[in-house]
Write a protein that binds this ligand. Structure first.
Ligand SMILES: [Fe+2]
Length: 250
């Protein structure tokens, strides 16, 4: 499996190119409007960009999802949330697309993506569990968008503080809390990110030590062999605009 983070420094935005080297296909997660860079990066790595997906509707940068749909790529987006949080430009369109509910799956070559409904930051937010079918039947990481970060969680206050939806902050925080309860039940080995200092992969197992917002209470130990095993794996990915830590391919 190919994985690469693409960081846009000026907007503090992250996209993620994930490819199946067996089939030569790749997908871009949370693309920005300038989509050529992703196609070129895929080509440089003997991959063809065939699909794109979003974790949620972005308010802080222009999405490239529609541009890629116009170019004939298959696009994936959330079908969760209420009527005010739908991808109306996709619904009933001729674009090659799939709108996703919790539990829905799609694949790029050997790589399987499983949709996890994770509202709170936005009402329709989804994350994607990523399973490299060439190596395992278990997910190795999660593309969590603005749901969970290394050491933090997404902001549930923006609908009220930035978009003026009165009362949305409290209700969104409660929804986010419920999403986090589900996250806490996910496998401990799930990879969440990578710290730069020291440069080690961050897995869910470690998050309670560092992410007070998860409010986990279990006593933690580092699984034997995890660190070396993780070197050959990857990551998690997030697109938070305020709490970034850089991660890179193992
Ligand atoms: Fe966001």
């Amino acid at each position: 499996m190919f994985f690469q983070q693409i960081f846009e420094e000026k907007l503090a935005q992250y996209a993620y190119l994930i490819g199946c080297q067996r089939t030569g296909e790749a997908i871009i997660i949370d693309p920005m409007r300038d989509v050529d860079r992703y196609k070129e990066l895929a080509m440089q790595n003997n991959l063809k960009l065939v699909a794109a997906a979003e974790t949620h509707i972005h308010a802080d940068y222009l999405s490239g999802l529609r541009e890629l749909a116009e170019q004939g790529l298959t696009v994936y987006a959330s079908d969760e949330g209420d009527k005010d949080w739908k991808y109306e430009w996709l619904m009933g369109s001729d674009y090659d697309h799939k709108l996703l509910k919790d539990g829905d799956e799609f694949s790029i070559g050997n790589i399987k993506f499983t949709t996890v409904y994770s509202p709170g930051h936005t009402p329709e937010h989804v994350s994607y569990l990523v399973t490299d079918g060439a190596a395992t039947d278990e997910p190795m990481g999660i593309l969590s968008g603005d749901f969970v970060f290394v050491g933090d969680v997404g902001r549930p206050d923006l609908l009220e503080s930035a978009a003026g939806q009165k009362g949305a902050m409290k209700s969104s925080a409660k929804v986010l809390y419920q999403s986090l309860q589900r996250f806490k039940e996910m496998p401990e080995y799930l990879q969440l990110g990578r710290d730069t200092e020291p440069e080690v992969p961050v897995v869910k197992h470690w998050e309670p030590c560092r992410n007070q917002r998860l409010d986990m209470s279990s006593v933690l130990t580092v699984p034997s062999g995890l660190q070396s095993a993780s070197r050959s794996l990857w990551i998690i990915f997030w697109t938070d605009s305020r709490n970034h830590r850089s991660i890179s391919h193992a």
